[in-house]
Ligand binder design. Structure first.
Ligand SMILES: Nc1ncnc2c1ncn2[C@@H]1O[C@H](COP(=O)(O)OP(=O)(O)OP(=O)(O)O)[C@@H](O)[C@H]1O
Length: 241
């Protein structure tokens, strides 16, 4: 799927959250979205999922089956886990036995008859993941899926994600905790200053890129200038005689 020149703001006169976003998200790829708090990661994921429409630009070729797990699973619904997932399975026309399969895989079988508002944060997160994954979506979007998960589930999630991509799905994930960074072949995007940039493999968004600047000073000031620059944390190389 593609985003072309997408711009978005929540309110007509509000600040632009994202601008000039042009991206391709190929089938079979896993894309990690990074960026500081409030940068616009969740907003980008909502646009990709189709939960928000761009104010400008276009989103094309979105797969028809979309699985989306929000950052915070909305637990304020008066259903048991079984009833909620049963409802989601019916909407998506998948057999009800997928509920048991996912409950077992994600380790929440013992919670199927618990009401959603009574779930812990991590267990609610698992239910959110189960509903996103249950019909093998062609587009899987997970917003901070690792937050609050126990170690056992954290360990199997990268495998599940890689499995969806291997089946040809497009997978987009925001992941503060950098749990999927190690997946081979992952694409990485950084949201910053309202725009989205692709990160080179191995590039650390928290480490600024370096450049070389030549500074010309009178020879008699060279030692003072070097001392000042070093004191400011810059690396100084003096040419040989
Ligand atoms: N429903 C909303 N209505 C108005 N503004 C919103 C709404 N949701 C988010 N915003 C604003 O949009 C900007 C981007 O928020 P967003 O949640 O996309 O960031 P984020 O990168 O996912 O942050 P975090 O890492 O904290 O989850 C922020 O300034 C936020 O206040």
């Amino acid at each position: 799927m593609r985003l072309d020149d997408v711009a978005f703001r929540y309110h007509r006169r509000g600040p632009w959250v994202l601008r000039d976003v042009t991206l391709s998200l190929p089938a079979g790829s896993v894309t990690e979205v990074t960026g500081r708090n409030g940068a616009g990661k969740s907003t980008l994921l909502r646009l990709v999922a189709g939960l928000r429409a761009p104010r400008r630009g276009s989103v094309r070729d979105r797969p028809s089956r979309v699985g989306y797990a929000p950052e915070r699973f909305p637990v304020d619904q008066p259903f048991t886990v079984r009833a909620y997932l049963g409802h989601m399975a019916a909407i998506r026309r998948v057999p009800e036995d997928v509920i048991g399969t996912w409950a077992e895989r994600l380790g929440f079988e013992h919670l199927l008859d618990v009401r959603l508002p009574e779930l812990s944060k991590g267990s609610a997160q698992k239910v959110g993941l189960a509903q996103a994954l249950m019909d093998d979506p062609g587009l899987l979007i997970l917003d901070e899926p690792f937050a609050g998960l126990d170690a056992a589930t954290r360990d199997i999630l990268p495998e599940l994600i890689a499995g969806r991509a291997a089946d040809g799905a497009t997978v987009v994930i925001s992941d503060h905790q950098r749990c999927i960074e190690a997946l081979p072949g992952i694409d990485r995007l950084q949201v910053s200053g309202g725009t989205v940039a692709r990160l080179a493999p191995g590039e650390d968004p928290d480490t600024p890129r370096l450049t070389v600047l030549e500074v010309v000073v009178p020879e008699s000031d060279a030692d003072t200038a070097e001392t000042k620059l070093r004191a400011d944390g810059y690396t100084v190389r003096r040419p040989g005689p």
